[in-house]
Design a protein around this ligand. Structure first.
Ligand SMILES: [Zn+2]
Length: 108
Protein backbone atom coordinates (compact mmCIF):
# COMPACT_ATOMS: atom_id res chain seq x y z
CA UNK A 1 0.00 0.00 0.00
CA UNK A 2 1.02 3.60 -0.44
CA UNK A 3 -0.21 6.47 1.66
CA UNK A 4 -0.36 8.69 -1.41
CA UNK A 5 -2.89 6.44 -3.14
CA UNK A 6 -6.54 6.98 -2.45
CA UNK A 7 -8.61 4.28 -0.82
CA UNK A 8 -7.59 1.46 1.44
CA UNK A 9 -6.10 -1.98 0.73
CA UNK A 10 -8.52 -4.94 0.63
CA UNK A 11 -7.36 -6.35 3.97
CA UNK A 12 -8.17 -3.06 5.65
CA UNK A 13 -11.63 -4.20 6.71
CA UNK A 14 -13.43 -4.21 10.04
CA UNK A 15 -13.34 -7.84 11.07
CA UNK A 16 -16.59 -7.50 12.93
CA UNK A 17 -18.99 -5.63 10.62
CA UNK A 18 -17.09 -5.64 7.33
CA UNK A 19 -16.86 -1.87 6.86
CA UNK A 20 -14.19 -0.70 4.45
CA UNK A 21 -12.69 2.64 3.48
CA UNK A 22 -12.93 3.90 7.05
CA UNK A 23 -10.47 4.37 9.92
CA UNK A 24 -9.67 1.15 11.72
CA UNK A 25 -8.19 0.37 15.09
CA UNK A 26 -6.21 -2.65 16.20
CA UNK A 27 -5.56 -4.09 19.65
CA UNK A 28 -2.88 -2.11 21.44
CA UNK A 29 -1.51 -5.33 22.82
CA UNK A 30 -1.89 -8.31 20.58
CA UNK A 31 0.26 -10.38 18.30
CA UNK A 32 -2.51 -11.09 15.82
CA UNK A 33 -3.71 -7.59 15.00
CA UNK A 34 -4.72 -8.35 11.43
CA UNK A 35 -7.62 -10.53 12.47
CA UNK A 36 -8.95 -8.08 15.00
CA UNK A 37 -9.27 -4.85 13.07
CA UNK A 38 -12.22 -2.81 14.24
CA UNK A 39 -13.98 0.27 12.91
CA UNK A 40 -14.86 3.16 15.22
CA UNK A 41 -18.43 2.00 15.74
CA UNK A 42 -17.40 -1.53 16.63
CA UNK A 43 -14.63 -0.35 18.97
CA UNK A 44 -17.03 2.04 20.65
CA UNK A 45 -19.53 -0.72 21.21
CA UNK A 46 -16.92 -3.22 22.33
CA UNK A 47 -15.04 -0.87 24.66
CA UNK A 48 -18.15 0.97 25.82
CA UNK A 49 -16.95 4.35 24.54
CA UNK A 50 -19.28 6.96 23.06
CA UNK A 51 -17.85 7.69 19.62
CA UNK A 52 -20.80 9.75 18.36
CA UNK A 53 -18.82 12.98 18.71
CA UNK A 54 -15.62 11.68 17.20
CA UNK A 55 -13.67 14.43 15.46
CA UNK A 56 -12.58 14.05 11.84
CA UNK A 57 -9.07 13.17 13.04
CA UNK A 58 -10.42 10.09 14.82
CA UNK A 59 -10.15 11.42 18.36
CA UNK A 60 -12.77 11.19 21.08
CA UNK A 61 -12.91 13.18 24.30
CA UNK A 62 -11.96 10.82 27.11
CA UNK A 63 -11.27 12.08 30.62
CA UNK A 64 -10.89 15.63 29.36
CA UNK A 65 -8.46 14.84 26.56
CA UNK A 66 -8.88 14.14 22.87
CA UNK A 67 -7.70 10.58 22.40
CA UNK A 68 -7.39 8.21 19.46
CA UNK A 69 -6.59 5.36 21.85
CA UNK A 70 -10.02 3.84 22.39
CA UNK A 71 -9.94 1.44 25.31
CA UNK A 72 -7.52 -1.27 24.27
CA UNK A 73 -7.49 -0.20 20.63
CA UNK A 74 -4.99 2.01 18.83
CA UNK A 75 -5.08 3.42 15.27
CA UNK A 76 -4.21 0.73 12.71
CA UNK A 77 -1.66 2.25 10.34
CA UNK A 78 -0.01 -0.31 8.04
CA UNK A 79 3.59 0.02 7.00
CA UNK A 80 3.89 1.36 3.50
CA UNK A 81 6.06 -1.35 2.00
CA UNK A 82 4.26 -4.26 0.43
CA UNK A 83 5.13 -7.56 2.02
CA UNK A 84 3.09 -10.70 2.27
CA UNK A 85 2.42 -10.13 5.90
CA UNK A 86 0.75 -6.91 6.94
CA UNK A 87 2.60 -5.05 9.67
CA UNK A 88 1.28 -2.11 11.63
CA UNK A 89 3.21 0.73 13.14
CA UNK A 90 3.68 0.73 16.88
CA UNK A 91 1.68 3.45 18.54
CA UNK A 92 4.60 5.75 19.21
CA UNK A 93 6.37 5.26 15.89
CA UNK A 94 3.67 6.05 13.35
CA UNK A 95 5.25 8.39 10.77
CA UNK A 96 3.56 11.68 9.95
CA UNK A 97 2.45 10.53 6.49
CA UNK A 98 0.96 7.37 7.94
CA UNK A 99 -0.98 9.32 10.51
CA UNK A 100 -2.15 11.76 7.83
CA UNK A 101 -3.34 8.82 5.73
CA UNK A 102 -5.26 7.39 8.67
CA UNK A 103 -6.75 10.69 9.76
CA UNK A 104 -8.11 11.54 6.33
CA UNK A 105 -10.12 8.30 6.21
CA UNK A 106 -13.79 8.71 7.15
CA UNK A 107 -14.70 7.78 10.73
CA UNK A 108 -17.55 5.63 9.40
ZN1 LIG B 1 -17.06 -2.45 12.41
Amino acid sequence: MEYAQSGTPPYYTCQKCGRQDVKLWRPYNGFDPDSRLRCALCVGQQENIDVSRMRPDGTVRIDGRWEDLLGGYTPAVPLEDDKEEVVYWGRMSIPRQGLDWWQQLPNW
